[in-house]
Design a protein around this ligand. Structure first.
Ligand SMILES: Cc1ncc(C[n+]2csc(CCOP(=O)(O)OP(=O)(O)O)c2C)c(N)n1
Ligand SMILES: [Mg+2]
Length: 565
């Protein structure tokens, strides 16, 4: 009789299989040995052994962003969960489906502050969509099913399940259920009619696409709708891959380094059709582009979650819908006739194209990053996956590369440093045949660069570009703006990146002059292993548009003006 019984740990793995999990990211812990042991018998789940839970969590997040399926993360109790929290927060802010399984102390020891005990419901309540603890092995199938349903439905996000270690040892007979089915709303016919009517009355419309949940087909559909109506389209922060940037309707992104021309134009928009974007702090340029709560323009807001609609900005028309559902309905709408905004769209596109031309490097700079990005823009295949860490260096790929599907841009809209390398490793694991390039600053690279050892263990790897300006450049820029000349806490001393590449047994190159980049990149691209290409920057090149001296001078001028006033 006992042969039909399964342990809680075996049930967890059986449930993951029922939800068609093919990959999971982990750092091992004694708190969930039963789950690990059950994975020994599940070769269809590729278990990726990572080097730090922050990296593992970023990998699971990137997997979720890339595939639309929940990224699965397994970590141990207190210390593992604490390390993992950065990736869980990123999944929350980025609306990425993710299922986190955390080991927990035995049930009879709870609430004594036992070894590594943390109350995960309290710890993760503002960081996750849902947190629960599985206290009975019999309930593993039910609660894992609930976790997957919640992670993917409505506004996707991370869920956390705590697994007490004695529960994982309990044996019981229970049937697993799956696979999950994402529940998403559809736009109603009346809403679509109203959208059409509002659009037909507009003079200077703009579509803003962003958020998560975009399938390749949904991206094609929304592009078809934009082109049929000659609508200019911009993207929210780090969501540039939703629309093919080469299309004449694409007019730029509203990220941290948004083009001043686009920001100025956005202020003249009379109808904003925001699809999928929450219109968060970065995208709204510190909430300066729209009034709160009355936006001051016609706002049609389409979002997967009812809670987001009207939360900050009061829309003229709110449409709760999943992205594939809205995009296919929009594509089927009859185009608005007698368009009044073609010259408006043409002018916005011309401004975007003008922004692709880099400003000359600051005097003395040997490395022309604009030229290098221009070369990469042409070189990257249509299905290339670009990952990005957080920092000022990301202005170069954001401004100068052109994104599109099936290629992807994977970046943390949460602004979490340390994302670039793990996301690139995860992307390469999902698509070993594609070119994956990770963009990192020297600061962010050093936070999670050790996941190159995970790539080594997996026998493959991405190309990592390290923008070395020997500083936390973003913060140095803010320092020079607010406290000119008072540099503190932002200077770095880096390791020898070539020696580091050798230590990881990957290809390494250090690029000081523009001409050295192409051979280094081609060499890296010809290998299946990972590569580190260091770009030795002139520290003056602090953004794609301004030098450090420009910023210091402008700050000093502002101070003089204040004194004179
Ligand atoms: C985990 C984390 N810690 C701190 C910050 C604050 N922060 C934002 S950008 C930045 C500096 C980034 O430095 P680097 O990676 O070298 O890129 P750079 O700005 O120099 O191009 C810091 C410290 C953050 N966003 N994330
Ligand atoms: Mg730096």
């Amino acid at each position: 009789m006992t042969t039909n019984l399964m342990s809680g740990g075996q049930l967890v793995v059986a449930a993951l299989r029922a939800h068609r999990v093919d990959m999971a990211f982990s750092v091992a812990g004694e708190s969930y040995l039963e789950v690990l042991d059950a994975l020994f018998d599940a070769p269809d789940i590729h278990l990726v052994t990572c080097r730090q839970e922050g990296g593992a969590a970023f990998m699971a997040e990137a997997y979720g962003k890339l595939t639309g399926k929940p990224g699965v993360l397994l970590v141990t109790r207190g210390p593992g969960a604490c390390n993992a929290s950065i990736g869980i927060h990123t999944a929350f802010q980025d609306s990425t489906p993710m299922v986190v399984l955390v080991g927990q102390v035995a049930r009879h020891q709870l609430d004594r502050e036992a070894f590594q005990e943390v109350d995960f419901r309290r710890m993760f309540s503002p960081l996750a969509k849902w947190v629960a603890q599985i206290d009975m092995a019999e309930r593993v199938p039910e609660l894992i099913n609930q976790a997957f349903q919640i992670a993917v439905s409505g506004r996707p996000g991370p869920v956390v399940l705590a697994l007490p270690e004695d529960m994982l040892r309990d044996r019981c007979a229970a049937a697993v259920a799956g696979p999950y089915r994402a529940v998403r709303a559809h736009p109603g016919a009346a809403d679509l009619g109203e959208l059409h009517r509002l659009l037909a009355a507009a003079e200077r419309p703009m579509m803003l696409v962003g958020g998560s949940g975009w399938s390749d087909l949904a991206c094609r559909d929304i592009a078809g709708f934009a082109q049929a109506n000659d609508l200019p389209v911009c993207c929210s922060f780090r969501r540039q891959d939703i629309i093919d940037n080469r299309l004449p309707c694409f007019v730029g992104d509203l990220g941290t380094g948004a083009s001043p021309a686009l920001v100025a134009r956005f202020k003249q928009v009379d109808l904003l059709l925001a699809v999928g974007a929450r219109i968060g702090e970065i995208t709204s340029q510190s909430y300066s582009l729209l009034g709160i709560p009355e936006p001051g323009k016609v706002l049609v807001h389409v979002h997967a979650s009812a809670e987001e609609l009207g939360r900050v900005f009061r829309p003229t028309l709110a449409i709760q819908s999943g992205m594939p559902e809205f995009a296919s309905a929009a594509a089927a709408l009859p185009p608005v006739t007698s368009l009044r905004w073609s010259s408006w769209r043409v002018a916005a596109r011309a401004e975007y194209e003008a922004g692709l031309v880099p400003s000359p490097s600051p005097k003395g700079g040997l490395l022309d990053l604009g030229e290098i990005m221009g070369w990469l823009r042409d070189r990257l295949p249509d299905d290339a996956i670009v990952t990005s860490d957080a920092g000022n260096f990301s202005g170069w790929p954001n401004r100068f590369l052109q994104y599109r599907r099936p290629g992807r841009q994977l970046g943390p809209t949460s602004g979490a440093m340390g994302y670039g390398v793990p996301a690139a490793v995860a992307a390469k694991l999902v698509h070993p045949d594609r070119l994956v390039v990770g963009f990192c600053g020297d600061g962010g690279f050093m936070m999670t660069g050790q996941e190159l050892a995970t790539a080594g263990l997996e026998g493959m790897g991405p190309i990592i570009l390290v923008f070395n300006n020997t500083m936390y450049g973003t913060i140095r820029m803010h320092q020079e703006r607010r406290f000119p000349g008072r540099v503190v806490g932002t200077a770095l001393k880096n390791p020898d990146f070539l020696a580091l590449a050798r230590a990881y047994e990957v290809f390494g190159a250090s690029v000081t002059r523009t001409a050295e980049f192409v051979p280094a990149f081609e060499e890296a691209a010809s290998r299946s292993q990972a590569a580190i290409i260091e770009l030795k920057m002139d520290p003056e090149m602090i953004t794609t548009r301004a030098t450090l001296s420009d910023i210091r001078r402008q700050a000093a001028e502002r101070q003089t003006e204040r004194v004179e006033a």
